[in-house]
Structure formats: C-alpha cells, structure tokens
Design a protein around this ligand. Structure first.
Ligand SMILES: C[S@@+](CC[C@H](N)C(=O)[O-])C[C@H]1O[C@@H](n2cnc3c(N)ncnc32)[C@H](O)[C@@H]1O
Ligand code: SF4
Length: 447
C-alpha cells in the first residue's frame, strides 16, 4: 500500500492522461491573444470565472494559486481586476454575448467586504449582458457574521459554496484550517436565513494525519450531519496531494500518513448515504436536492472568459492563463495590458475529448447527439485510442451504452474518480506549480 496517493498512484490512468492531455503552452503576445480570442469564440452563451487569489493562511494540502491576504495589495488588485473586465469587455463588445454563469473562486472570495462585489457586479454589468447572479466560494469563518452575509446577498451574490470540509476539529486541524465545526454550522444557518438561491457545502475525505479507523467513523458522522443540516448541494472531495502543496514534504518523509485504505470506502459511503437521503448525483463528486452550484465544468468545455491573477480561460478553440502573481498582474493592468502569460490553440478534436471526459466521467452521461449538436463534432472523429479505451471500459462494466448515450455505471464510480483526480493533478495543478515558480515562462509543457 502506498504511503499516500499522488498523480501516479492510479493504475493505467496516469499514462492514459499523460497521453490524452499532453499540451504545449507558449508565451502569449497581446496582439495574438486578442486575435485568437476573437477568432475562436464562436458561441454566444458564455460563463465568466473570476479568481480571487488571497487567503488568510495556507491550508496544508491546498494546490491552488493564492497569496497571503493583504489589505493594501487587495485595493490595488480590485482596481486591476475592474480594469481587466473593462479591457476584455471592450474587446468583446460587438460579439453579442450572453453571460449564463458567473463563479468567483479562489483563494478565499469571502474575505472582502460586500462593497467589492457591488463594484465588481456593476463593472460586469456595464460590459456584458448578464443573465445570472454571482456564485462565490467561501470560508466558514467569513460567514459567521450575519450582517456580512446579508450584505453579500444584497450586493448581488446568489449562490454560495462553503468550504466546510469536516465537522471534526481533528480533521480541520490536520488540514490546517482556521475555522471550527461551529463556524460551519453558523455559516450554514446564516446562508439559509439570507435565502441564497443555492447553498453548496464542500466536505473532504482521505485526509492525511487522521488514522483510518477514526477517520472513517468521523466521516460517517460528517455525512450524517451534512444531510441533517440540509444544504441544497453537498460536494465530496478526496484530498489531492500535489508536490507543490505545503504538506507534501511531511508525507514524503513519513512524518504524516494518508489513510489510503479508506479512499474508496469514504467515497462509496458518501454516495450511499446521500442518495438514500434524497440527494441526486449531479457530478461524481456532488449531490444535490435542488440545482447545481455554478457550472465550474465550463473550464473543461468552454466558453469561459476569465479574469484575475492565476485565472484560466477557454473559448472552446483557444486556452489561456493569466499571470500567477498578484504583483505582476497589477503591474500589467496599470499599463493597460492584458495579464496573459501563456496560451495555446485547442483543436476541435481535443475539445471533443474534453467534452466527452467532462460529461461521461464527471456528469456520468455522454451523448453523441450532444457532441454533434453542441460542438459539431462527430463521435467517429474522436481519437481511435479514446474510442478503444471506451470499448475496454464497457467490457469492464464501468460504462454502458444505451442507443447514442454512454452512461457511467455504479462500478465505474471509483475508476471515474481516479481518472478525474489524476487529471486534476497532472494538468491544472501541474500548471499552477510551474507558473507560480516561473511567472513569465517562454514555454510550458505538460504533463
Ligand atoms: C479553492 S477552495 C475555495 C474555498 C475556500 N478557500 C475554502 O477553502 O474554504 C474550494 C474547495 O477546494 C477543496 N480543496 C482544498 N484543498 C484540496 C485538496 N488538497 N484536495 C481536494 N480538494 C481540496 C476544499 O473542499 C475547498 O472547499
Ligand atoms: S483550501 Fe481554501 S482557504 Fe485553504 S489555502 Fe486553499 S484556497 Fe485558501
């Protein structure tokens, strides 16, 4: 049994993903970047992603791009962010776009005062046709003050995703979280009182540093308490271990152990209890009683226009990444320049692969008709290797075919998780790692 699970732990998935998602990003010149966005943005309904790259402290296994919260830097960041919205808004002015999804991720987007969101929404509305409210990711400790939660809603936030992780203090300490279980309960209560359109609660399992038997017992209680508290949606993440996270060295030198033996059973237990309690699977890691928190999957299938330091954008045919440094981001925007660092063209076939992976492995259902109607790609045009892989998965009973639809089976639930986590570690996490170490590289190759 390995000491912990990393990007190479899951059988043949690492090799498969390295082959399927090998990519070369190159330094992006602003003129080419603008031209590429214009040339490749063919759909009118888009999502918007905004990265809020500040946290009050760093959790041990967090793989995302964030820097330590600093009021002075935040003020300058706000100006830069609004400037980026204006620049991109001007660039896309004649495209008649309709924004159908807005999500602010992080980092910790719940730190700033609600006025930040009033200003941001105002700027978004003067540059884009907005049809939806804003969803934000939030730390529980930022939502214990009822007045702040009311003001966030008043400012225009309609969906909230709370990073609870666990109702056990020992689990929270092992992750390096700042909040208590009581903060999560209070945050949920305040969000319910405000009446957000959708409340999601994140929970984490397979946490390093909590022994297997004790963790599984507590995990069962965490799931029960989450069901009892009843947010609209509950999302369950097994802890990802990326080489650039703070806790990696602790695991590598054996100071901390991950209870790898409960990785699968924790997920299976969550699925069983949530489905028995009336929650329906909306993603392999999310169950809902009502709706789905902002469709983060637009990162995979596009079009997603993104803003902020460290944000990833994807038109469907072109992918770009903003600079992974708050200071550099602010500097670029002060010069009225877009803060893009590297980018690449994505072929139609590759977009088809991303669509299939997203639909089949995370949403659990892939339709060839949708591939044709939405993206104008025929199933026959997808790579031979991928179609062979799907045949093998059918033989193994992980997926089944019903007319022109492929569906993930119960047996395919754990392999799909392994596929997804390997992908996340090998592609976006690796990019964050490389781009925080060298913020203006001339070229980046992954995995
Ligand atoms: C980027 S955080 C944003 C919310 C906020 N910063 C927080 O942590 O509460 C979104 C979610 O990522 C998940 N997460 C953080 N570190 C993770 C890891 N190493 N593996 C899997 N999920 C992780 C947590 O469930 C967290 O709620
Ligand atoms: S998990 Fe959330 S709060 Fe913790 S460092 Fe990452 S983004 Fe910040």
């Amino acid at each position: 049994m390995p000491k912990f699970l990393d990007e190479d732990s899951f059988g043949f998935f690492p090799r498969m993903i390295s082959r399927m998602f090998a990519a070369r990003f190159i330094q992006s010149r602003e003129e080419d970047h603008i031209q590429n966005i214009r040339n490749s943005l063919n759909e009118k309904r888009i999502g918007i992603y905004i990265h809020f790259p500040f946290c009050r402290s760093f959790c041990l296994y967090c793989p995302y791009f964030r820097e330590i919260w600093n009021e002075k830097a935040f003020k300058k960041y706000t100006e830069a962010l609004l400037e980026e919205v204006r620049l991109v808004g001007d660039l896309l002015e004649d495209e008649n776009l309709e924004v159908v999804d807005i999500h602010v991720g992080g980092g910790s987007p719940s730190i700033p005062n609600p006025e930040f969101y009033s200003k941001l929404i105002e700027e978004l509305e003067s540059n884009f046709a907005i049809k939806v409210g804003l969803g934000i990711e939030a730390c529980p400790e930022d939502l214990v003050n009822e007045d702040k939660v009311f003001k966030l809603a008043e400012a225009g936030i309609s969906e909230i995703s709370i990073g609870g992780q666990s109702f056990h203090d020992s689990h929270l300490r092992a992750l390096g979280r700042r909040h208590s279980p009581e903060d999560i309960r209070k945050a949920l209560e305040n969000c319910e009182a405000v009446g957000f359109k959708l409340i999601n609660l994140d929970l984490m399992c397979a946490i390093p540093g909590v022994p297997a038997e004790k963790q599984l017992k507590n995990w069962r209680m965490d799931i029960e308490e989450a069901i009892e508290l009843g947010p609209d949606e509950i999302t369950v993440y097994p802890t990802l271990i990326a080489p650039h996270c703070i806790g990696y060295k602790l695991l590598k030198n054996g100071k901390v152990k991950q209870p790898v033996e409960i990785w699968e059973s924790s997920l299976l237990l969550a699925r069983e209890r949530l489905e028995d309690s009336g929650y329906k699977a909306v993603r392999i890691y999310s169950w809902s009683r009502r709706g789905e928190y902002a469709t983060v999957n637009l990162e995979m299938i596009g079009p997603l226009i993104s803003f902020g330091a460290g944000a990833f954008g994807f038109t469907g045919g072109y992918e770009w990444i903003n600079v992974h440094s708050i200071e550099e981001y602010i500097r670029k925007l002060k010069e009225n320049k877009l803060p893009v660092t590297v980018s690449r063209i994505v072929s139609k076939t590759e977009r088809g692969v991303r669509f299939l992976v997203d639909q089949l492995f995370t949403a659990g259902r892939f339709s060839t008709t949708m591939l044709e109607e939405n993206l104008n790609i025929s199933f026959k045009d997808l790579p031979k290797g991928l179609r062979f892989g799907l045949t093998m998965m059918r033989i193994m009973g992980w997926i089944r075919k019903e007319k022109n639809v492929l569906k993930l089976t119960d047996k395919g639930f754990i392999p799909a998780h392994k596929f997804c986590w390997t992908f996340v570690l090998k592609v976006p996490c690796k990019l964050v790692d490389i781009l925080t170490k060298n913020v203006w590289p001339s070229e980046v190759n992954i995995p």
